[in-house]
Design a protein around this ligand. Sequence first.
Ligand code: ADP
Ligand code: MG
Length: 201
Amino acid sequence: MSEFKKERTLVIIKPDGIQRTLIGEIIQRYERMGLKLVGLKMLIPSEKQVEEHYLLDPNWKKSVGEKAIEGYRKKGLTPPTEDPIEVGDTVVAALKKYMTSGPVVAMVWQGAHAVEIVRKVTGGTEPRSSDVGTIRGDYVLDSYQMADTDQRAVRNLIHASGSVEEAQNEIEHWFKSEELMDYRLVQEQILYDVNLDGILE
Ligand code: ADP
Ligand code: MG
């Protein structure tokens, strides 16, 4: 099978997702699209693990700040600061508290365009504005405004890698190579094979 059909992405069901009893629902959303689960574990992350995870991409801190400032503007609100790095630092501190507050479920999903497909169904970062039909849009209601008012992280149920490169680094960060399964799913023949042979009797 060609390599792009084996793209992998990291998904973490965050502590609020576990507490909302949405593990099954969330797994089903990715599974029914045709993606294959190749790694799965439950753990309580350490602050170090969380900080390292978010700082794997050196540009993340600035971009998370820019996104939040833009989110405020779109709603006609004034952001608490104009400095994206300052927002980034605050978000890292909030994420350490949020992500270590209870067990999480970490997963690796594999399939064609896995990173993009998982992001699409997961929805945008802020549940208030993420699309209807996405997991974040359908199952939760948090906003930048509420998170900032209460000085905490946006509770959006899920982490999903943002790019193929990010996914590779993040998977290495959370999983040992022997924890990832190489196996075949029968349905892959229908999803990927050139000819749909063997259906008719
Ligand atoms: P995503 O998870 O959609 O890739 P980011 O990588 O930009 O989003 O941010 C990581 C996580 O940090 C988000 O999922 C959310 O939980 C939290 N977060 C992002 N921006 C803010 C913010 N401005 N205030 C509080 N928490 C935030
Ligand atoms: Mg991200």
